[in-house]
Design a protein around this ligand. Structure first.
Ligand code: SF4
Ligand code: SF4
Length: 334
């Protein structure tokens, strides 16, 4: 059987001129490792196929497999032992799986079971496209809202306050469907977080962007969260090629880059997060949700094993976390 390389096997850590590869160590407190954020990638299947989707998600992409509750539970329990402060569910679209998409059932029951259990351990945030399938889960979400209040947060992507710009990325009619979902969630008492990628917006200042989204939801309580960088991976690579471009070259991030770029290693997700993905039938730990299905960055099969040094050797380390303002998958209201 082919053995997958384990991080940092196979990575160049020293350049011929002696420069050392930059790295991030996991957070410690009182002499032991601690985890703040646990990311669960529920699979790469999605009802949409957005042009820039960095996981290349689509109705046909099952490379990242759905994680069943029974498989996930021991990992959630381990995260609780390491003090997890927030659990995130993302994908793909967490509310769909193969059975939901193919019409055999209307709800992703495995996800709901995971969600219910996760909420007993820590606050939870779900990243959803808010289009169609989340609506089949409204009743369950409302029950969880009554039980857990603001511990359950919903983050919904709306690429632009302009319908045509959102639909050009996500598909015709998706803007109206997602806006309706956000309004319904707000009516249920949720405080939806609207997420967008800043590079795709025409408006520039935080204030203009916030006001444009607020105007759309006229008076409903929403929060606006921006992702600062777009990843050159997944469907975005296809889009770049179709536009006649080429992805930026990979950069060697040295130990000096942190001070040159003004980023502290402690500010990066790999310092305080880990991400669970299921590939080829097995749960694997990654440093963060922006690196997936790449054996060079696999940190182990348990959380304890994964809490070790991460060398910044992925293109996404620069493209997402270090470039420009630097991006993070944590929510931060503008
Ligand atoms: S960006 Fe989100 S909604 Fe769009 S295809 Fe990817 S996972 Fe699905
Ligand atoms: S992408 Fe960012 S968070 Fe992930 S390993 Fe690289 S620097 Fe760390």
């Amino acid at each position: 059987m082919h053995r997958r390389a384990a991080h940092p096997e196979g990575l160049v850590l020293t350049k011929p001129n002696g420069d050392q590869r930059g790295f991030v160590d996991p957070k410690r407190s009182d002499g032991g490792h601690v985890l703040e954020d646990l990311w669960v990638m529920q699979g790469s299947v999605c009802d949409l196929k957005c042009k820039h989707c960095y996981t290349a998600s689509s109705p046909q992409n099952h490379r990242l497999e759905q994680i069943r509750f029974g498989e996930l539970r021991p990992h959630l329990e381990e995260a609780a032992r390491f003090g997890v402060r927030r659990i995130y569910f993302t994908g793909g679209e967490p509310f769909v799986n193969r059975d939901v998409l193919e019409g055999r059932t209307t709800r992703n029951e495995e996800f709901l079971a995971s969600l219910e259990f996760a909420l007993t351990l820590a606050p939870v945030e779900i990243l959803s496209n808010g289009r169609r399938y989340i609506r089949n889960h409204f009743e369950a979400l409302q029950t969880l809202r009554v039980r857990h209040g603001d511990r359950l947060k919903l983050r919904i992507t709306l690429e632009s306050p302009e319908p045509a710009r959102h639909d050009a990325i996500r598909g015709k009619g998706t803007f109206a469907q997602t806006v309706a979902t956000v309004r319904d969630l707000a009516a249920m008492g949720f405080f939806p977080v609207i997420t967008a990628e800043r590079p795709l917006l025409t408006l520039q200042s935080d204030e203009e962007i916030r006001e444009a989204y607020r105007a759309l939801f006229c008076g409903l309580a929403i929060e606006v969260n921006l992702i600062e960088n777009i990843l050159e991976s997944g469907h975005e690579l296809t889009r770049i090629a179709q536009a006649g471009g080429a992805p930026h070259a990979e950069v060697f991030i040295t130990t000096n880059c942190f001070s040159i770029l003004g980023k502290a290693p402690e500010s990066l997700m790999c310092h305080f997060s880990r991400c669970i993905q299921k590939v080829e039938g097995e749960i694997r730990y990654y440093p963060c949700p922006v690196i997936y299905d790449d054996p060079h960055f696999e940190l182990g099969r348990t959380l304890g094993e994964s809490l070790r040094r991460v060398y910044l050797a992925h293109k996404n380390c620069y493209d997402y976390c270090l470039k420009g303002r630097g991006a993070s998958c944590r929510t931060k209201a503008i």
